[in-house]
Design a protein around this ligand. Structure first.
Ligand code: BGC
Length: 761
């Protein structure tokens, strides 16, 4: 009886709430009015409930709190104490929890359903670092669209992506999840991903095939000391404003509806309790009107950091600092009501957070139809569709970077060659999926072996050489590499000896990068380096195909192996993409988004460094900024990437030599395809502000352009520099453009450019 009564009430209220949203326009004013009307009906407990997010009943991505049992979560759901769930997936499951929120709670406020759709849902694109290597923003956007398409067909309406953390440290496992080391490229990628997930306009967000995006992790996480996961971050204002924050700002400007804070401290203050980041910058200076979700249990972790004495104080600090929704800390749901009643937290803070959360729910159309994303027909037809496979294959090809190609060893001839394919990774259907693939099924990638088998004009002999790992690689466990079993060496050497060309697929397992997967060496793990050298002894005609989720340091390979292809972890269509590149059906066009060091001792290494006072050995003695044992330059520089054809750049020209502030600087360069294949080139433009009130980097990327050129064809590329490109942030976060001499560098990579100069008055 009582239950029927409760349902009747809530259905009535639900109709009342929903009927207000039937108007065709979802204008801002309209939504704000609806929010206010709804909030006037909400109790404090219900408001706090909106600020509480629970994990589903599986897929824990962090330590599982003791309170986290299903019975309690259901009880809280029914009371209206849960505003969001993460990692619930599938129309049936999402519909079930949504039904409780909508039909069994007093006000029937729908849940927003979050999920880590990092590089695809079921059909996986390349890992984000790889995608960034495409420098192709249409491809990056398309990839996010595919992810949104499939996730939304599975009941999900919010992804915890894009991750926009800049990082200069290859030890950090999460570099695979970002766009690399550069804030300019990172900003373009951030915007493209946001638009891919959400659509181009705010109105697009309510479409059933778009989802809300989340710029994470705010902020500084990519600078974890020594690349060790979850570690301390200390950084200068200059680095924060000029390197770390720009991609977040770009995501905000592209309309991202949520932000996630981060696990790290920033200069002593945990990001979750950091009011400077969340209130002053994000919600203050940038005027962000969406909401901030904490990272997993990061409110609770402020106690471990020694920043709060208990969960109550942690909640007080987090809510005061602007963290709107608590992911799995069980902090807000247990403490905020008390804190308000005791007068320690002003109700206006709660109201502000709840408004933000409701706003995004309205924008997603959840009040119009809470089951908008629960369409069984879409679930059956969209997920794993042919079109999505074709789209991720396209992105995968574009993400491959040709690092080295001596004597035109590549592309492989399509007929008459004997090829030995060696390496356990070549036949691996699991590793290419990477580590962030919660919804995807194991062993569903096309392996390199399968991809190459489709080219039937050659004889192909596969030998693994050595197992890569011992046991099974999983999301929760450390990967253990094989360091002892060499039993496959002889067969591999025999195959190599008999072959014209050897293709070796080596690198890291997909579960060696990603969250909590920091490494102190960035070489080929296990027996792979040894195997490579053994094979080289019998046949040096090797094409090395790398699979990895971070820059690797491979000095021996760089010196000895004639052809090296960076193939990352490319997702579901890996093998097809790699084979098409190896055989020349796709001419590689990718460029590195992160410097590849010569050895780990150079890390952090990045192209946009400051000069030092002694950058060269002017006096021919030891007293200059260098290493005694290795060159200070990277092995493969940021922006490096070859093609099967060659491109010649003319000397770049500016339209004037002197400009006044505010005037557009036009730089032109002519590029000619001088080789034997049609191809695409990413022309890059860098600047140096030669004298400024803060020391500025020796090069900063400020423009790039992808040019398609047929054999023999030439095109002129025009870059435009405005105040948006010529300025920088001072130590107070003010953007300034200072007059003086600027150098401009145009070329094929950060270390292969031609230079000119202009003056800004
Ligand atoms: C990660 C976030 C992720 C969250 C939810 C955390 O461990 O740092 O990036 O979105 O888990 O799975």
């Amino acid at each position: 009886m009582i239950k029927t009564f409760t349902v009747a009430i809530s259905m009535f209220t639900l109709c009342a709430v929903h009927s207000q949203t039937q108007m065709p326009t979802q204008g801002k004013q309209d939504i704000e009015q609806k929010i206010n009307t709804l909030m006037a009906k909400m109790t404090l407990e219900e408001k706090v409930g909106q600020m509480n997010q629970y994990n589903g009943f599986w897929d824990v991505t962090g330590p599982s709190p003791k309170e986290g049992n299903a019975a309690l979560k259901y009880e809280h759901l029914r009371k209206g104490w849960v505003g969001s769930m993460l990692s619930v997936r599938g129309v049936k499951e999402v519909r079930a929890v949504q039904k409780i929120a909508v039909e069994e709670t007093r006000l029937g406020i729908p849940l927003i359903i979050g999920f880590d759709v990092i590089h695809g849902y079921k059909t996986l694109s390349p890992i984000p670092l790889a995608e960034a290597a495409s420098w192709d923003m249409d491809a990056v956007k398309r990839s996010a669209q595919v992810a949104a398409d499939e996730a939304s067909a599975s009941g999900i309406n919010w992804t915890f992506g894009p991750m926009v953390d800049i990082s200069r440290d290859a030890r950090w496992g999460r570099v695979m999840e970002g766009a690399g080391e550069d804030p300019y490229l990172g900003s373009k990628v951030a915007a493209a991903r946001v638009q891919g997930f959400q659509g181009d306009t705010k109105a697009d967000l309510a479409k059933p095939n778009t989802i809300a995006a989340c710029a994470k992790h705010f902020a500084g996480y990519g600078f974890a000391e020594a690349g060790r996961e979850y570690n301390t971050v200390d950084m200068s204002n200059s680095t924060l404003y000029n390197i770390v924050l720009p991609p977040f700002k770009a995501a905000k400007d592209a309309g991202v509806r949520t932000f996630m804070n981060s696990f790290n401290t920033l200069n002593g203050i945990p990001a979750t309790g950091n009011s400077f980041l969340q209130r002053d910058i994000l919600k203050g200076k940038w005027g962000f009107d969406g909401f901030v979700i904490t990272d997993w249990a990061s409110i609770r972790e402020m106690i471990t950091w020694g920043f709060a004495k208990d969960r109550k104080e942690a909640s007080l600090k987090a809510v005061s600092a602007g963290a709107d929704m608590d992911m799995e800390s069980y902090a807000y749901v247990n403490e905020l009501v008390k804190l308000v009643n005791e007068g320690k937290v002003d109700i206006s803070l709660i109201d502000d957070a709840v408004k933000r959360i409701l706003r995004v729910k309205y924008e997603l159309g959840l009040f119009d139809d809470p089951y908008r994303y629960c369409n069984e027909k879409r679930e059956k037809t969209v997920i794993n569709s042919k079109a999505n496979h074709e789209a991720v294959l396209d992105v995968a090809k574009k993400s491959i970077v040709l690092l080295k190609n001596d004597n035109h060893l590549l592309p492989l001839k399509k007929t008459g060659q004997k090829i030995a394919l060696i390496g356990a990774l070549a036949a691996d259907k699991n590793s290419p999926l990477g580590s962030w693939r919660i919804a995807s099924d194991d062993n569903t990638a096309v392996s390199v072996l399968e991809g190459m088998q489709q080219y039937k004009g050659n004889s192909l002999h596969y030998e693994k050489g050595a197992d890569l790992i011992v046991g099974k690689a999983t999301f929760l466990d450390e990967v253990v590499y094989n360091t002892t079993d060499r039993s496959g060496y002889e067969a591999a050497k025999k195959a190599a000896k008999e072959a014209d060309v050897v293709v070796m697929v080596l690198g890291e397992h997909g579960f060696s990068s990603g969250e909590a997967r920091s490494r102190t060496s960035i070489d080929l793990p296990g027996l792979q380096q040894e195997l490579l050298e053994e094979i080289y002894k019998v046949n040096p005609n090797i094409v090395l195909v790398l699979n990895n989720g971070r820059p690797l340091a491979l000095p021996w390979a760089a010196a000895h192996i004639p052809a090296i292809v960076e193939a990352w972890q490319l997702g579901t269509e890996t093998g097809n993409a790699v084979a098409q590149v190896l055989y020349g059906d796709y001419n590689p066009s990718g460029k590195l988004p992160m410097s590849f060091p010569r050895n780990l001792g150079q890390v952090p290494i990045y192209y946009n460094l400051l000069n030092t006072g002694r950058p060269v050995d002017a006096d021919k003695n030891v007293f200059w900024s260098h290493y005694s044992d290795v060159e200070k330059t990277p092995q493969f520089a940021f922006g490096h990437g070859l093609s099967y054809t060659t491109f010649k750049y003319s000397a770049p020209k500016a339209n004037k030599t002197t400009y006044t502030k505010g005037e557009a600087v036009k730089i032109q360069v002519n590029i000619t395809n001088t080789g034997a294949y049609d191809g695409k080139e990413v022309a890059q433009l860098y600047i140096q502000d030669v004298t400024a009130s803060l020391a500025r980097p020796i090069k900063e990327l400020k423009g790039f352009e992808m040019v398609s050129l047929k054999k023999g064809e030439s095109k002129t590329v025009t870059f435009t520099l405005t105040d948006n490109e010529l300025g920088f942030y001072d130590n107070n976060g003010n953007y300034i453009v200072e007059p003086g001499i600027f150098k401009v560098f145009v070329g094929t990579s950060s270390d292969d450019v031609q230079e000119l100069e202009f003056e800004l008055k």
